[in-house]
Write a protein that binds this ligand. Sequence first.
Ligand code: NAD
Length: 506
Amino acid sequence: MKAQDVAACWQAMGLRQPWDDSHGAGEALALRSPVDGEIFGHLPACTVADADARIARAHAAQTTWALTPAPARGEVVRRFGEALRTHKTALGRLVALESGKILQEGLGEVQEMIDICDFAVGLSRQLHGLTIASERPAHAMRETWHPFGLCGVISAFNFPVAVWAWNAALALVCGNGVVWKPSEKTPLCALAAQALLDRVFDEAAPQHAGLCVVLPGGRTLGAQLVQHPAVRLISATGSTRMGREVGMACAGRFKRTILELGGNNAAIVAPSANLELTIRAMTFSAAGTAGQRCTTLRRAFVHVDLIETVTNRLRQVYARLPVGDPLQEGTLVGPLIDMAAGDTMANALAACRAQGNVVHGGERLLADRYPHACYVRPALVLTDTQHDTMLTETFAPILYLMPYTSLDEAIALNNAASHGLSSCLFTESLREAERFVSAAGSDCGIANVNIGTSGAEIGGAFGGEKATGGGRESGSDAWKGYMRRATNTINYGDALPLAQGIRFDL
Ligand code: NAD
């Protein structure tokens, strides 16, 4: 029973517990920790009417927030960052309990929220436009940025709070409210993070109460958010299936989208690779978070001269990876989110065996101790061809190893996936490294050299191409996604010259 542990996190943050330990009724949302897989309580459902009322409130608050000076908006985000610093341990533990990631990663997720708040606070004084040279005498041209409008955020279970924070911190300083539909598998993390933000608004900006709201529930609430006319932008993180549905619904309504979808990320291990570094990086990226990151390493193309060495070394490391309770010190691999994820992994491995691949690991562990939870040994699959199963994102710790002979071939194999999120090359050759990150190299949104595919920093723009959706969040100039660009031309003369020299004499 993880109920007491979860309740302790809430108490440590000084929050009122929103669930009860009843068996639930009607559409109540069941609460389950993947650590033991048992249902420990129910949340009252957010109904269609509740959701409409919350969206209407956020929409009403949007008008005044958009007119509040950006540095004053940044001050609210600064205070939120402080609240996260104060409650990092409790919120990080809650993330570990509800999503199953190890405590270190739960804490890292909250740190990412703090980092993006810091970034957004700086940004709140730097929402710079341009001045542009006009071709007409006595004319000035400018580009200015304005709040885009109410933003909807749909998030996945595997980053239950950080992805919302990436969006919310930027959306807020850019002058927008945020309506959040979190994963139905991790509603408590969302309610806790939202409650911390609500407390900041109560204390620092009560006149803007209701600007940010949360809608705990399933995908029908997500669909309601997508269809709501008051919501101008949808930032959706999750499967490619979900992104396709959300993207098409938004296109029909001319809404802006930021789509952060699946990945099938690859590493290339070149002959000159530093193997100590390579094996550590591959293991963290492939087995860390139990293979449940969008940036998880799933495919490795290893130079034919190294394939045996790399396989043997990974087998040795994988055999002693500590798999178990994610809250326990020393555990490196926690559980899969649920039994269905375990079935999907087993089916993918069976398909690999059926086509003659050799599979190491992948078996279920700790079933006696946790009959309702799904712990697995991360798997290695040796293959000579990049088959359909390998080209499908299985959200579990499966790493395919395949030999290659030339860098051109390896880059083509990397780019053959329908997704285009993250990729990396291990090499000591400057020529190979530059080739990989050039236009003729990886076609992914993230192309790394001598680090793995996962573990991005907030300073860079995060996202991927093709079936990953094409969105960009977080650092760099991703803030522009939450603003409306206006081009202004100001005539400070007393004549009316037309552009392109056009004459229109009356
Ligand atoms: P999921 O697609 O099942 O659910 C994600 C969210 O979308 C949930 O909140 C769900 O309720 C909602 N949803 C589902 N269908 C919807 C619809 N038709 N309309 C509106 N909302 C809908 O994904 P998941 O299992 O929670 O997460 C795993 C997936 O997310 C993986 O594919 C992973 O690669 C991807 N992911 C991507 C990123 C990224 O930044 N690219 C980050 C994290 C996870």
